[in-house]
Design a binder for this molecule. Structure first.
Ligand SMILES: *[C@@H]1O[C@H](CO)[C@@H](O)[C@H](O)[C@H]1NC(C)=O
Ligand SMILES: *[C@@H]1O[C@H](CO)[C@@H](O)[C@H](O)[C@H]1NC(C)=O
Ligand SMILES: *[C@@H]1O[C@H](CO)[C@@H](O)[C@H](O)[C@H]1NC(C)=O
Length: 319
């Protein structure tokens, strides 16, 4: 009996020893043979469409690899639900990014853009005070009612419309191919511009009627003087940030969203289109100027013969 046990213990020992050597051998081989080292490949359906979001989407992380100035978190306790309104292509995502950098709070959205969600904006589809601002391109009394403060970002319609055309054809950082402008004898582009110029005007004029505190940001000012404009936004949001985080935000101001300039070698805006866009631009310019000068929104919009809304009132508009 005792002999039998000794035999089992001895065999077991040999098996364990052999197994350990085998494991060691396999490890050494796999560490030295490059063909055995597999890098992680995200599943195909995780890949972003061409032109959208460049390197981080290929690395497939929830923005974890972005150089954030501080760990991102929810706003606790929650603040007032604050809209970040703009026509598409006017720097909305850029401002969200800058605010996340400087405040450390997530920024939300009324949409659920999966490309953004995977690339630094995990709070897509959250639209309450747990996020610092909530992106929206919507307009109308219903959407206005769901916010207690609003930042309205405006950009020159020519550039905003072209940026939106690029986004719809080429993703967040891609471009529309030049032949897109001449598709269908140019009718496709013409319809796009007419429709978007109206939407651009509707968005802006509608949010001027917002009854809570409203802050206006001009995208062009943001480009000219980012620190000053960001300080104004933070002041409007009533948020204090450290100089460290502020400097960090300025250092990382570009993020990964910037669409590189790729000028067309022709002017896509025909005289007819220019006439139309100019008219929208003039109406909006006039309304914004008068509202900023303290005019009654209702009267201003009535004078534009644009639309009638009984919610017009005198209120504080900052910029
Ligand atoms: C905001 O919405 C999220 C998700 O619906 C929820 O978990 C959170 O508690 C909400 N925050 C507030 C302040 O309502
Ligand atoms: C703009 O607003 C007008 C008036 O409310 C509406 O008739 C039109 O359909 C809107 N156009 C767009 C593109 O939003
Ligand atoms: C707007 O509504 C007011 C009444 O609220 C009316 O007196 C005015 O004529 C209307 N203006 C237009 C352009 O429809």
């Amino acid at each position: 009996m005792r002999r039998w046990w000794r035999w089992v213990a001895c065999a077991g020992g040999w098996i364990a020893l052999t197994y350990t050597f085998f494991l060691g051998f396999v490890t050494i081989v796999s560490l030295t043979d490059p063909s055995l080292i597999r890098t992680y490949q995200p599943p195909l359906d995780n890949m972003a469409p061409r032109g959208s979001w460049g390197w981080t989407s290929r690395r497939g992380g929830r923005g974890a690899r972005l150089p954030w100035c501080q760990p991102l978190h929810w706003r606790e306790p929650p603040g007032p639900a604050t809209a970040l309104v703009s026509f598409p292509g006017s720097g909305n995502t850029w401002i969200r990014y800058l605010l996340q950098q400087v405040t450390g709070y997530y920024s939300g959205s009324v949409y659920k853009d999966y490309a953004l969600m995977k690339n630094g904006f995990p709070a897509e589809s959250i639209s309450n005070g747990s996020v610092v601002v909530v992106k929206t391109h919507e307009w109308g009394p219903e959407i206005r009612k769901s916010f207690s403060r609003a930042i309205l970002v405006m950009r020159d319609p020519y550039l905003a419309i072209q940026a939106e055309f690029n986004r719809q054809s080429g993703g967040h950082i891609g471009h529309a191919q030049p032949d897109k402008y001449t598709r269908d004898g140019g009718h496709y582009w013409e319809k796009f511009v007419t429709n978007k110029a109206l939407a651009w005007m509707n968005t802006t004029l509608d949010w001027l009627k917002f009854s809570g505190p409203l802050h206006l940001v001009f995208y062009e000012d943001l480009l000219d003087n980012l620190p000053e404009e960001m300080r104004r936004i933070l002041e409007f949001l009533d948020l204090e940030v450290t100089e460290n985080n502020f400097d960090c935000m300025i250092r990382h101001q570009d993020g990964i969203y910037k669409r590189r300039r790729r000028p067309l070698n022709f002017d896509p805006f025909t005289p007819k289109l220019r006439k139309f866009v100019d008219k929208c631009k003039r109406l909006v310019d006039q309304a914004v100027r008068e509202v900023l000068a303290g005019g009654d929104v209702k009267l201003v919009l009535n004078n534009l013969k644009y639309s009638n809304d009984s919610n017009g009132n005198q209120k504080s508009v900052t910029r």
